[in-house]
Design a protein around this ligand. Structure first.
Ligand SMILES: Cc1cc2nc3c(=O)[nH]c(=O)nc-3n(C[C@H](O)[C@H](O)[C@H](O)COP(=O)(O)OP(=O)(O)OC[C@H]3O[C@@H](n4cnc5c(N)ncnc54)[C@H](O)[C@@H]3O)c2cc1C
Length: 404
């Protein structure tokens, strides 16, 4: 016995709720159910953004927005023309939720509470008569003629249209493989680098604007770098972890990075500046004066590893020491040994192969009336509200196709 529905949504997370609301708004006659395996829905929304939910990013140009997606950059361009960050803002504003923009572009509810977003979704599904069934884990999906059949740990369901919005769930990916979908193997994205090195020891909390390269790869990034108790974090590192998710995994998270603490200043330019500074400040102690605006403690560590004594004055700085200092400042090499989670936030790179999805509808190219949205697809972004934007956009477009 299967319970008949018009639409079954598998997964009561960000994408599942957003899609259900959009479908019901467009076609109130449809009987829609959300099946959620957990005893609560929207659990990731709850903990997202440190409990504040970074719902989107204040980047309103699709061709710029896509640049934040290491996987999905090409595929999301069209979808963002249909539903972009401005539409997300409008969706929430229409429901009485004002969003605010932080200095770095991240957008949060003015309440600074993810519960505001959850309350909005819950009241919308109630208003629209969408059924939510918790503790319903989908175990099997099959198709007979034009109907989909879904077996949960409780009842079975039958529907014409199904949306898979299960996030990064390996069991569902396995199930999709039985439906002949190709799954790109999951690897973690958005992590910080573990580094044990005397040059950054005791400097946790110091942030610098840097450019970085991963040696023996093409990976590079720039932006703020934060020294932590375990190594390095901050946007410049997180960007590398996202763009290099697969490659760094293949190196088993053992690799070397080269940090330019003077951002784009070359080693030659740094040497030149040091020489000028030496000429202009011959009597000053090197430990007390520096020509660059990097943190004093970092400067002291570089002075130390360049074998410059505390008592040395600029006039006595040798050619070799000057060159060592310039190297530390612009081409510091650090060994990375493993990774750590960034503020508990992580996403998974991997999922349903992008080639197997029609991005005009988010429908499977292999099976009619099977749709995908959110992290179940091989799309992920750097931190900043972009992962939710992917969930909202995919859900919106799938909903439009599923509503009739
Ligand atoms: C700590 C943390 C903080 C984050 N903060 C942010 C942020 O501030 N901004 C941002 O943009 N992104 C953030 N992210 C990423 C973001 O949460 C995800 O990209 C987003 O939730 C993906 O939405 P989704 O609907 O695809 O998956 P999910 O939100 O994970 O929802 C999937 C749902 O499907 C259910 N499910 C799975 N398998 C089954 C099954 N077999 N049967 C039934 N149900 C099933 C799951 O239980 C879950 O409820 C954060 C991630 C983490 C871990």
């Amino acid at each position: 016995m299967y319970i008949k529905k018009d639409v079954v949504i598998v997964g009561g997370g960000a994408a599942g709720f957003f899609a259900a609301i959009q479908i019901a708004e467009q076609n109130p006659d449809l009987d829609i159910v959300i099946l959620e395996r957990g005893k609560e829905v929207l659990t990731k929304v709850k903990i997202s953004g440190g409990g504040r939910c970074n719902v989107t990013h204040a980047e309103f140009i699709p061709s710029e927005l896509v640049k934040n997606y290491p996987r999905g950059e090409k595929e999301l361009l069209g979808p963002f023309h249909s539903f972009c960050s401005g539409d997300t803002i409008e969706f929430f504003e229409q429901r009485g939720i004002a969003l605010k923009i932080e200095e770095d572009g991240r957008m949060f509810p003015v309440s600074d509470s993810s519960q505001t977003i959850i309350d909005c979704f819950l009241s919308e599904v109630k208003r629209l008569g969408i059924q939510i069934l918790k503790n319903h884990s989908v175990k099997e999906i099959s198709k007979q003629e034009n109907e989909w059949y879904l077996q949960t740990n409780q009842e079975g369901f039958q529907a014409k249209k199904v949306l898979i919005a299960t996030g990064s769930n390996p069991k569902i990916w396995k199930m999709l493989e039985t439906l002949e979908h190709k799954i790109i193997a999951p690897v973690p994205s958005l992590f910080t680098f573990n580094i044990k090195d005397n040059r950054i020891k005791g400097l946790a909390g110091i942030a610098e604007e840097v450019s970085i390269k991963v040696l023996d790869t093409k990976l590079e990034s720039e932006g703020p770098l934060l020294i932590t108790h375990w190594g390095m974090s901050g946007p410049a590192i997180l960007k590398l972890s996202a763009w290099g998710a697969r490659e760094l995994n293949s190196h088993n998270y053992q690799f070397k990075i080269k940090v330019n603490w003077l951002f784009k200043t070359t080693i030659e330019e740094a040497e030149k500046e040091l020489k000028v500074f030496r000429t202009e400040n011959p009597k000053k102690l090197i430990v007390n004066t520096k020509p660059f605006s990097i943190s004093k403690r970092l400067w002291l560590n570089f002075v130390e590893v360049s074998t410059i004594s505390e008592k040395l004055r600029w006039a006595d700085l040798s050619k070799k020491q000057l060159s060592q200092l310039a190297t530390q400042l612009t081409e510091s090499v650090f060994q990375v040994n493993g990774k750590s989670t960034f503020k508990e936030e992580f996403v998974t790179a991997g999922g349903v192969d992008l080639k197997e999805i029609n991005f005009k509808t988010f429908e499977s190219k292999k099976h009619e009336n099977l749709y995908f949205a959110g992290e179940v697809i091989n799309i992920d972004a750097i931190t900043g509200g972009f992962n939710f934007q992917n969930a909202w956009t995919g859900a919106f477009i799938a909903a439009k196709a599923m509503a009739y």
